[in-house]
Design a binder for this molecule. Structure first.
Ligand SMILES: *Cc1c(COP(=O)(O)O)cnc(C)c1O
Length: 430
């Protein structure tokens, strides 16, 4: 079934890429754990297998391609770009070991010494650190700007700019970037736009329809949705993805395990319904927090108070399962809450069935880094205050989540009382 555009999102989420097994009739794709495949006889097919000339080359070695990984890639294409690009160009996907393997494969395939890239100055920490700390070591120029302000992106363009990289909604502060506006700037300059759409998932946002040239996902999050497999993917024009597979999957080596691909395919079946529940729960929790007297500020794109609420409503078909908030009691209250939660877990990561909370003190997350200017740090601080609690709202009952937060916001624990002082002493010693 590769006529994806004839079917709705929910149908593709169940079927795309998976055919009944020819021999056994199995409806569920078997996991193909082989590392090595018998090669075709000498001729064109052999050359294709060895040189990866086409996206459906015969399998040779699992770091290059594998049947289970190909099924996952096909399903991703069916969900993210069933009709291809707006001009009809075919989109294909490359699945890799993690979201970060997707970011690094993109960067190292399409950027070389002397090139310049423009990136969100606040995005997933692994990504902003790769761009801010490591690409410059290889002679690649990097401008970190607030891409939610298109003028800053325009001002950062240079003659050697090759790529604009945005993340929206941005991790962890939930700024929304106008994909169509940034795509227009990129294309006017003759360069390409990459969008990390992890926080929206293909269920809520389709960057290709808005002009993106590449879409990235950490499949670890909503796409798999069960918190039990790492994975990542890059999607783009077929010729670009062949280049990425040949140049970087093969050479950097971040291949995904077929077992993880199989788990992620299973997770994708329920993506449409899970996302509905994440959005519904997050809206309720956000409204509860916004009305709670202990809470200073809630940032959730589905609240009218969100500075980019209208853009989010235009660009996304729902507001997602992520929110951040600040407590009036600052770090002490945040520590107490983290210790008192029972349904929520104090943990990083996001996008799965369990609700998770994580606290980011601004001085560690923003002030301490070397790749931001003082002006940028000040502007991020305006958004985050002294620190934010990031919440990944899971699939539990919204009432239970609200009750859990309500009890956790009452009173201080011992560590909550002494923690802020201990933290400032420890920090002074560094
Ligand atoms: C988690 C995350 C990543 C990194 O993904 P991994 O699978 O953990 O490597 C990249 N981008 C965003 C927006 C993320 O939330």
């Amino acid at each position: 079934m590769d006529n994806y555009d004839e079917f709705d999102f929910e149908t593709n989420a169940v079927h795309a890429g998976e055919e009944a097994d020819l021999e056994t009739g199995s409806l569920r794709l078997p996991i193909d754990m082989a590392t090595t495949y018998k090669l075709p006889k000498f001729g064109g097919k052999l050359m294709d297998a060895l040189l990866l000339e086409t996206s459906r080359a015969p399998h040779a070695y699992t770091r290059w391609s594998n049947p289970t990984l190909r099924a996952l890639e096909d399903r991703l294409v069916a969900l993210e770009a069933p009709k291809g690009l707006p001009d009809g160009t075919k989109v294909t996907a490359v699945a890799v070991a993690t979201g970060m393997a997707a970011v690094s494969a993109l960067a190292f395939t399409f950027l070389s010494k002397g090139d310049h890239i423009i990136v969100n100055e606040v995005c997933y920490a692994g990504a902003v650190e790769l761009f801010g700390l490591h690409l410059p070591r290889f002679g690649i120029e990097v401008s970190l700007v607030d891409t939610s302000d298109p003028q800053q992106v325009r001002d950062a363009l240079r003659p050697n700019t090759k790529l604009i990289y945005i993340e929206t909604p941005a991790n962890p502060i939930l700024r929304i970037v106008d994909i169509a506006a940034i795509a227009a700037i990129a294309h006017e300059a003759g360069i390409k736009l990459a969008v990390d759409s992890t926080w929206a998932s293909p269920a809520l946002q389709r960057p290709f329809e808005l002009g993106a040239d590449f879409v990235l996902h950490s499949l670890t999050k909503y796409v798999n949705g069960h918190g039990d497999a790492l994975g990542g993917a890059v999607l783009g024009r077929e010729e670009d993805m062949l280049k990425l597979r040949r140049d970087m999957l093969v050479h950097l080596g971040g291949a995904m395990s077929p077992f993880n691909a199989w788990l992620i395919i299973r997770g994708m079946v329920t993506l449409p319904m899970r996302i509905k529940q994440h959005c519904e729960n997050a809206q309720k929790v956000a409204e509860f927090l916004e009305s709670n007297s202990k809470v200073l500020r809630v940032v959730y794109p589905g609240l009218e108070s969100h500075p980019h609420h209208e853009l989010a409503a235009r660009q996304m078909s729902g507001f997602g399962g992520m929110l951040t908030f600040q407590l009036k009691g600052g770090m002490g209250a945040s520590i107490s809450m983290s210790e008192k939660i029972k349904v929520f877990s104090y943990a990083t990561s996001l996008g799965h069935a369990h609700s998770l909370l994580f606290y980011y003190p601004t001085d560690l997350y923003v002030d301490a880094v070397t790749y931001l200017t003082d002006t940028q740090k000040r502007s991020i601080r305006e958004w985050t205050g002294d620190g934010i609690v990031r919440a990944s709202i899971g699939l539990e009952s919204a009432d239970d989540l609200i009750k859990d937060l309500d009890q956790a916001l009452r009173g201080r624990t011992f560590r909550g009382a002494v923690g802020p002082l201990a933290y400032s002493v420890l920090k002074g010693k560094q």
